[in-house]
Design a protein around this ligand. Structure first.
Ligand code: PBG
Length: 341
């Protein structure tokens, strides 16, 4: 990196303002900027989300340049790459064969489903990496909702029992962290009880505590194939973007119910929520830089409107500054490579 030449020191003759405080003094050179920097991003802050495909090989996700849906074989390769780069954990999301989707999302109960196969293969090949699995029904339901649907309504309690079984099946496959993204009431407690009853007392829960009904999930729904099928929207379970007290309430419940870590999603438009939850609860707090945020940076960079590399690094640093302990980001391998260079 080439720092611009230090500015000439202003001599007494050049000082026309009578200032005791000149905040710019600390910014005058790279060494000084480094010395006063409060927040840094490291590879330990990264969780890399991967999209799984039933078929082998790699298929690009059109709305997420640089991101691919990958077969189990390639997922093992990416997990190995993550481990080599020092990325602590990956998170897997399945694009389930449409023929296996039904109104009840029954494929989520299949011990041989795509997620379980991938988790087993990754655990066997790369035992040292953390594996985060998503608990929600949307990849498995024909209507694309995170819960069971009856007469146009999402059934809370019935959904929670299915999610608890889904979580146990993922833990049996070898998942280290269960991450419920469904936003049903009471799911963290039910999942904790089910995991404990099955002997998985060491499996962690990362609760999507403050998950908003957001327009920024669009490219993700392309990636897992739910955009085309989603009936209506998710506003009866995901949070209203106008709310912040509600995020505190949701996080309080999740922590009471046994969450080890909490998460805010989307990321950059919700940094105020990250800050508030971290300050209120002082528990490990994560942000999800979601698909739409990634797509925006990539699209602007592709047009030459922003410097993509710098925007990537700055956006991730902003999460740390807001108080996040880590970030789920599709940029993870690129950032890790850059940080080691
Ligand atoms: C679904 C789920 C979503 C994401 C993670 N889990 C989308 C949704 O709620 O529709 C979004 C992640 C992203 O946009 O990158 N349970």
């Amino acid at each position: 990196a080439h720092a611009p030449a230090a500015e000439p020191k202003t001599g007494a003759a050049g000082a026309s303002l009578d200032l005791r405080q000149r905040p710019r003094r600390n910014r005058k050179a790279d060494w000084s900027r480094r010395l006063v920097r409060e927040t840094v991003l490291t590879v330990d802050d990264l969780i890399w989300p991967l999209f799984l495909n039933e078929s082998s090989g790699r298929t690009p996700v059109g709305s997420m340049p640089g991101v691919e849906r990958i077969g189990v074989d390639e997922a093992v390769r990416d997990a190995e790459r993550a481990a080599r780069l020092g990325i602590p954990a990956i998170a897997v999301f399945p694009n389930v064969d449409p023929a296996l989707r039904d109104p009840e999302g029954s494929e989520c109960q299949n011990r041989r489903n795509l997620v379980c196969r991938a988790v087993r293969a990754i655990k066997a090949a790369v035992p040292e990496i953390g594996i985060v699995t998503d608990v929600a029904l949307d990849p498995y339901t024909s209507h694309g909702h995170d819960g069971l649907l009856a007469d146009g309504r999402i059934l809370n309690d019935e959904t929670v029992s299915v999610l608890a079984r889904q979580a146990v099946i993922q833990a049996e496959a070898g998942a280290d962290v269960i991450a419920p993204s469904d936003m049903m009431d009471g799911r963290i407690g039910a999942i904790r009880d089910a995991l404990d009853a099955a002997g998985f007392t060491e499996v962690q829960i990362m609760a999507y505590s403050a998950k908003y009904a957001s327009a920024f999930y669009g490219p993700f729904r392309d990636a897992i194939g739910t955009n085309a099928t989603l009936v209506g929207d998710k506003r009866t379970y995901q949070m209203d973007p106008g709310n912040t007290d509600e995020a505190v309430r949701e996080a309080a419940l999740d922590i009471e119910e046994g969450a080890d870590m909490i998460m805010v999603k989307p990321g950059m438009p919700y940094l105020d929520i990250v800050r508030r939850l971290k300050e209120t609860f002082a528990v490990p707090t994560y942000a999800y830089q979601v698909s739409g945020e990634y797509a925006m940076i990539m699209a602007a960079a592709a047009n030459g409107w922003i410097d993509g590399e710098r925007a990537m690094m700055e956006s991730l640093l902003a999460f740390k500054r807001a108080g996040a302990d880590g970030v789920l980001t599709y940029f993870a391998p690129r950032v890790a490579e850059r940080l080691r260079a």
